[in-house]
Design a binder for this molecule. Sequence first.
Ligand SMILES: [Zn+2]
Length: 455
Amino acid sequence: MKNYYINDKRKLARRRRLIPILLAGLVIVCALYLAWSHRQDILAVFGSPAEDSVATDNATTDNATMGNATMANATAVAAEVPEPPRREPVQECRIQDGDTLSSIFDKHLISQTTLFQIMDADEQILALDILRPGNTLTFTFNPDWSLERMVLSVNPARQVVYRRVDAENFEFEEVIHPGTWVQQTLAGGIEGSFFVSAQNAGLNDQEVASIAELLKGRINFRRDLQAGDTFQVVRRQQYVGDEFTGESQILGIRIICRKRTYDAYLFSDGKYYDREGNSLMRAFVRYPFKGSQRLSSAFNPRRRHPVTGRVSPHNGADFRMSVGTPIFAPGDGVVTRTLQHRFAGKYIEIRHSDRYSTRYLHLSKFLVRKGQRVKRGDKIALSGNTGRSTGPHLHYEFHVAGRPVDPVTAPIPIMSSISKKDRAAFKAKVAELTADMDLAKAVDGPRLSQAATTN
Ligand SMILES: [Zn+2]
């Protein structure tokens, strides 16, 4: 016992001697950490990490070549305070994962004031809220380095140009290239899931999602399909030159199961029907609220700004209503945005199909989340007065094929089947598409029956 006690005492003494050494170590570690984080601050001011690593690499190479301690120190100091990047009058930026408009503007030394002016111009199109990797931004500067022009390239077929009109304002213009549509018929058989089988037949993720959305009310893709069932799809894809723009449209889909056939055909009215002419899309209701609300500002794509006189479109209809009024989905769909914008305030976007989407601005509260499926009549939000708003109201937008239309007057899909007068034309369309499908099914091979039909 006694020995143990003495041993413990000695251990204790040794530990006490260790404490100052440990403390000293801790101080050194802290000092090193501070130096490191300070270095990050310096670098953050002068450029992107990628540029910095190049600068540091150069410094290292220089050290090796010179083999001189003093010079090495000098270059090390130079590397910590690199020259600001040389500015070009036209600069391009390819969007990468994690980029935000504000981080990109910082990188290109564009002021926050200009950022807000651009966002102001963007309010009626909201093209900058979803920057996707691969999109590009091209900046054109004036000799005094004020921003003159910014072009967002979403894909080869779609650009949005933001142009300076005066010291405080930008205007936007959407540039759409019609491109060429290439029609193909693809055929395949079910092996495993529909998703994998459709991919094997040559359909991309977005096309498979569109098909699933189209037929979701009719078929349970997991339960109703079996190995050996077949499907045929007529699709068209948009090209500008040789480049696929990412835009595609399903013209017809047929899934032949042992007992039943499920199908959908796109008619010239932009809606899908089964072969009997029954609509596959549930009808919309005209307004996303109950009762009547006063229209306080109408849809007007050529509205002029009362002060500047410049064209400042109003791409929705404003309805005056008290804060907290419930907003309902006017049709079935998927919530694609729940965002907060400096000028649009809290807003929601719902994608109802390839063709239809709606937006709701200046909300006070979201009642749905991004990615959520909604049905017509579901409560999605409470109206509000957020963002730049002159009073409590709902700004409601209805988009058809990517373009805003007047939500009060535009023809929205309310019919449930093909009308009598269109019946013959619809039957002819179904016959044309199914003939292609039959041919593709007979080939059942690389599933390409008819390539490069352009229109
Ligand atoms: Zn409005």
